[in-house]
Write a protein that binds this ligand. Sequence first.
Ligand SMILES: *[C@@H]1O[C@H](CO)[C@@H](O)[C@H](O)[C@H]1NC(C)=O
Ligand SMILES: *[C@@H]1O[C@H](CO)[C@@H](O)[C@H](O)[C@H]1NC(C)=O
Ligand SMILES: *[C@@H]1O[C@H](CO)[C@@H](O)[C@H](O)[C@H]1NC(C)=O
Ligand SMILES: *[C@@H]1O[C@H](CO)[C@@H](O)[C@H](O)[C@H]1NC(C)=O
Length: 248
Amino acid sequence: MAVLRLLSMQPKMMSVIMMVMMGLVVLVAAGDTNRVYSPCIDTKVKRSDGFTFGIAFASRENFLYNHTVQLSPCDSRLSLTTYNSQIALFRPKVDEISLLTINSSSFSPDNNTGLMVAFAGRKYAARSPIAFVANSTYTVTSFTLVLEFEKGRLQNLYWKRDGCAKCPGNSNYVCLNNQDCAIKTSDCKNHGGSVDCSIGIQLAFSGTDKHLSVFNSWYEVENLRQYSLYGLYSNLRDSLTSQYNKFF
Ligand SMILES: *[C@@H]1O[C@H](CO)[C@@H](O)[C@H](O)[C@H]1NC(C)=O
Ligand SMILES: *[C@@H]1O[C@H](CO)[C@@H](O)[C@H](O)[C@H]1NC(C)=O
Ligand SMILES: *[C@@H]1O[C@H](CO)[C@@H](O)[C@H](O)[C@H]1NC(C)=O
Ligand SMILES: *[C@@H]1O[C@H](CO)[C@@H](O)[C@H](O)[C@H]1NC(C)=O
């Protein structure tokens, strides 16, 4: 079983993060030889390195150049900083199963943005497809993101979906587009409801590191139920798992 790690982040306005990134000085954790801490700089990793990537929240038009081409948020042609977008940065350890959370107490994706894209790299820019998070009717809180590497270089980011197979079977949830379990936004705490709609993103790594070691966390996540990781984090159990239990 891989090491499990919980990373939590309050998203910031894009402009603030870009400023922080430029002057970033961070202590290197044990076993972490990757000196690149910006999501917008290319790097190669080996197992046990940290790897920095970002998740941007914005509306569809903000992710598209000339209304048609989806670019990485690192690409200045998008000028995300001038829009009302938000970004969260994470540095998970490569090949560990991590659960990322974005706390909803200061974050309301339905307000202006509603969609998210995971991204890293510049010359070798990778970005995920655009994923629906929330609008005024529905909020999706659970995601699985796969980071696919080849010889230590990030090649691809994509959302792994299970076709609503694990949607809790009750009327608080609906299956959107046959792919996401969604809860009514009006049931969320930041909209006067009782559910903590913080977003949880499970990470899995696939492919090979720069020494051609094969990443294993992918196979382990494949075998996990969509919500099962939440139960492994005792500090999250109250805020996330128990609210689902109320509905079971
Ligand atoms: C934007 O798209 C239009 C229509 O598709 C095209 O004519 C124009 O050349 C594009 N502009 C740029 C800067 O790519
Ligand atoms: C989000 O933050 C609030 C206030 O800081 C805290 O009470 C709550 O437990 C947090 N939720 C999660 C899922 O971390
Ligand atoms: C969302 O929008 C409402 C109303 O415009 C505002 O009161 C609230 O502060 C906003 N929330 C966030 C997290 O920006
Ligand atoms: C919210 O998103 C859902 C699913 O994409 C869509 O069916 C619905 O019309 C949207 N509601 C609003 C108010 O945009």
